[in-house]
Design a protein around this ligand. Sequence first.
Ligand code: PLP
Length: 806
Amino acid sequence: MATIESATEKGLQARIVDALVHRIGKDAQAALPHDWLAATIYALRDDIIERWMISSKAAHAAGAKRVYYLSLEFLIGRLLRDALSNLGVSEEVRAALAEHGVDLDEIEEIEPDAALGNGGLGRLAACFMESLATLDIPAYGYGIRYVNGMFRQRIDDGWQVELPENWLAHGNPWEFERRESAYRIGFGGEVIGDIDGRIEWRPAEQVIATAVDTPIVGWRGKRVNTLRLWNAFPVDPIRLDAFNAGDHAGALAEQVRAESLVRVLYPADSTAAGQELRLRQEYFFSAASIQDILRRHMQYHGDIRTLPDKVAIQLNDTHPAVSVAELMRLLMDDHGLELPDAWTITRKTFGYTNHTLLPEALESWPLPLFERMLPRHMQIIYAINAMVLREARLSKKLDESAISAISLIDEGGERRVRMANLAFAGAHSVNGVAALHTELMKQTVFADFHRLYPERINNKTNGVTPRRWLLECNPGLTDLIREAIGDRFMDDAEELVDLAAFATDGAFAERVGAIKRANKEALANHLRVHMGIRLDPAAMFDVQIKRIHEYKRQLLNLIETVALYDQIRSHPERDWMPRVKIFGGKAAPSYHNAKLIIKLANDIARRVNSDPSVGGLLKVVFVPNYNVSLAEKIIPAADLSEQISTAGMEASGTGNMKFALNGALTIGTLDGANIEIKDRVGDDNIVIFGLTADEVAEKRANGYNPREVIEGSRELQQAVSAIASGVFSPDDPGRYADLIGGLYDHDWFMVAADFESYSHAQRAVDQRWSDPSQWQASAIRNIANVGWFSSDRTIAEYAKDIWGVL
Ligand SMILES: *Cc1c(COP(=O)(O)O)cnc(C)c1O
């Protein structure tokens, strides 16, 4: 710790130059911005390493229980600003760099975004890692070090194009390779039982998993935890005989096969090969992580039976669910435990977080694929299943159809292994991520499991780290809040509540408004430079940024945009409030309608933005390649936050929390955490519309006629027929016929059903916007009342209720 406190400006400056010379091999004259970035990270790293070692030694000395967070995604974004801010050395480093004419903001801006995730689930894992360190909980994150991560999105002529994300092109100075932490991971082969009843799995194929560690610094540098990501290597990098015989590609096949494991997140699973790769990835990182956890446990504690006292493993969704079978395998085959004992230990060790009720997201694997790749695990899953089903029958709580619903094997049609059921059965805690979502879990996907194990399901409403999502992304607002209520909120976000007293203070509200305005100018400037578009920062910035998915209903927003465009043109005399509609988000590469929705947003943007008859009243922007760094720029500049999913379908949302924390008002449905945000900010400071989850379910069950709804609303009908008939796609008039046809036919996502309510809500938003002091008062009440959505609160709940730490 002493190094930081004693690091004078000169000391840090000297260390940065030292890193530049000795680690990068350049002097200050020759250094390029990337070299300064790397040198700054190296200099900072030395301080972090010391704290890192102190943290792990302290945990070891205390014999502390450790938390392991297994996740296929960690959407951590850039790390430099986060580390500087959490260590409290931002201004020192800024001054040190300035001595060499280097601007800290500029080098922060060239740090690549670690896009090792897709959306909310991956960002949650990143916020959780930061909060675990902040709360001083010894924890490891485990995942995969994807060389290309999630794809980079380019928009070509309005269409999404997927490009490889080359985030490691300049190396990664944050990483520590741990070649000594290496494990063999097997696939395929056969299972041999000997006469003593010992069982041996002889895999046909093996790869080596090696650890790459990234330090995660908690707030005020209290603790540094480890994000451990697995890299894959072949056992034999090259077959020399084949190479010398001229088969150069064949000689390297094993290398290519290993590398493909860690190449990209979510390889398309539309082909059998893609499906197989996905399951291989899941097993690869689960097996490496469980082996590493057991190795550490045995090294520190020496007794496998104390595992649940010293180890809590949280499964972030079902992607790592095969870990349940892997732990069982190691307990029985390597540590010699009997099945029932192994099962007791396993269940006490795991917790499982469910993130979605969407049927297509509940993973299951064709049984032949699973059995071929993991024959021993398949045996173990059968054995677990027998125990679970026996327990269910003995309980007399379930009838036969309920028993087949909880089975780990889906027997209907092609047999499949159900990963959610494996995770549920293998965990002592199963949690949802917002109150409504948890209730729906009990009523729908896990209704039968819930009857059998009524204590198991619990709620942990998501949160976001206020360091990244307020202090770092919105320094202007942070300074103003400190001036008003002091610094306590920086250690406990719920202290923000003191700000509520300022909601009616006109002078204060004006200053909040001025900061928002400055953030909007900065965003407008960024988009002018990067997209060549000019936006008026005086207009309302109305933002929907998130993965593109039909349930998130970007289409509802776009149809309303078209309706508004019509209205403005038909009634130019009315008092319209100027708006900028900002969209951003990636579509899964094989998700046809989502990609079409991106094209539609761009088609609408082109038409509306070049139509002089709307004047400056409406602009539409689709910002390419939405990621964490863009979110950090867009959210502080947003006036209106679009959280408009079909009720019952967004498990929680975390974007909604980030916007409210930065003073945007929400327009949203009663879905996910929107409900809890509404409860906290109050009905007058949020705009709620649309069907409730119960009403959606009722409509789906009792038949709903979207055609009738569309034909009953002139505004909606005009908007959808304009889209369907090619008004926005004159180059291909039929482009949207099927997309809009789907609305008439079934409209599963209730776009038509909610349109009128949404459109009214938008005009109510206009009304509020026309009174700036009322708007600002609401913005302040949002900031003041959403401190509860800090991931520190969420993690404290996991720690107490699930992990038994704290
Ligand atoms: C917060 C965040 C998300 C999640 O947004 P939702 O609106 O909750 O879906 C997705 N991507 C990024 C980059 C984020 O920062």
